[in-house]
Ligand binder design. Structure first.
Ligand SMILES: CCCC/C=C/CC(=O)SCCNC(=O)CCNC(=O)[C@H](O)C(C)(C)COP(=O)(O)OP(=O)(O)OC[C@H]1O[C@@H](n2cnc3c(N)ncnc32)[C@H](O)[C@@H]1OP(=O)(O)O
Length: 281
């Protein structure tokens, strides 16, 4: 194929890069000029994290690392929900093997996103409870649109967030606020989240949020990437190593916990109370 213009060449290389990272549940585009990638979660209707979506996010992060991504913006195709967290219908009356894979992939996603060598921003353009908040917290910067909620509401559902996520919350909003928020399972409105530092900026539209995200990523334009990533690794490495050491044990205890009848009862009640779709009896 002959490239008649530089524009044709740029278009083709953009196509190749998109092709190599895209899947049905995560759309990735790369701005050839800035080198910034935008990964858009697109599992209808609320980007709930089932094994397939988690696997695709994990694969996307691996590809971005391999392709020496200059910066990532993580966002949602929905204009109402960034991510509703783990797929609660898959946690209810579950297949233990699938739950095991789900938890292990969730850990992988956190390790890859929290530990990425490139800078990351979450454009939180919708609600972000539990696992949705986890994705946003793993990024280095959060820009959120108004009139949505974000937080770790695991306590309301009947379990505790894992240590690595508690540490992420503590590092972001401080120990005292984290204790209040986690023990009550608080979901914060955008403005409240800004006040406690759970998000960094508020935007009125997705376009404005993307602009703010790019502005954050551009701050590193003159910083040598290896110096930036070494510093990030020094700051985040201990949390990651703690999970890596405990990964299999955590999966085992999570599977035991989720399959226990007491948790299943409280999850069933939560679904009945909070989600429109009723359980099939
Ligand atoms: C443990 C450590 C690691 C990270 C931890 C993860 C734990 C978790 O993530 S547990 C998941 C916790 N998630 C939630 O508590 C969110 C529950 N959902 C909501 O609060 C709301 O749905 C929403 C605020 C996200 C959106 O509200 P909205 O009024 O716009 O939409 P709904 O009508 O409520 O929902 C639309 C549609 O989506 C289904 N749905 C919502 N959340 C989930 C979910 N987490 N899993 C599966 N499906 C979900 C809901 O049933 C509706 O379906 P139908 O349209 O078919 O009725």
């Amino acid at each position: 194929m002959a490239f008649r213009t530089a524009r044709n060449l740029a278009y083709f290389s953009n196509y190749i890069r998109n092709y190599s990272t895209n899947g049905p549940l995560v759309n990735v585009t790369v701005n050839e000029k800035s080198g910034f990638a935008t990964a858009t979660l697109q599992r209808p209707s609320v980007n709930s994290l089932n094994l397939e979506l988690l696997t695709e996010i994990s694969h996307t992060l691996q590809q971005l690392e391999k392709n020496k991504c200059r910066g990532l913006i993580l966002t949602s195709a929905s204009n109402k929900v960034f991510s509703a967290g783990l797929d609660l219908f898959e946690l209810h009356k579950p297949n233990a093997d699938k739950i095991k894979q789900m938890w292990s992939t969730l850990q992988e996603v956190w390790i890859k996103l929290y530990g990425s060598s490139y800078p990351t921003v979450a454009v939180v353009n919708g609600h972000a409870p539990a696992g949705g908040c986890m994705l946003a917290l793993s990024c280095e910067y959060r820009v959120m649109l108004n009139n949505f909620i974000i937080g770790l509401n695991e306590a309301q559902i009947g379990f505790s967030a894992p240590m690595w996520l508690i540490d992420g919350m503590r590092n972001t909003i401080g120990s005292r606020q984290a204790e209040f928020a986690l023990t009550a399972g608080t979901l914060f409105k955008t403005e409240e989240a800004l006040k406690i530092g759970l998000v960094d900026e508020v935007a009125q539209s997705k376009e404005e949020a993307i602009e703010k995200a790019e502005k954050f990523l551009n701050k590193f334009a003159k910083i040598p990437p290896h110096a930036r990533s070494m510093t990030k690794a020094a700051l985040r490495g201990a949390n990651i190593q703690a999970l890596v050491r405990n990964k299999d044990e955590e999966v085992r205890s999570y599977v035991d916990f989720v399959t226990d009848s007491q948790f299943q009862d409280s999850l069933g009640e939560f679904i009945e109370l909070n989600l429109k779709q009723k359980l099939s009896k």
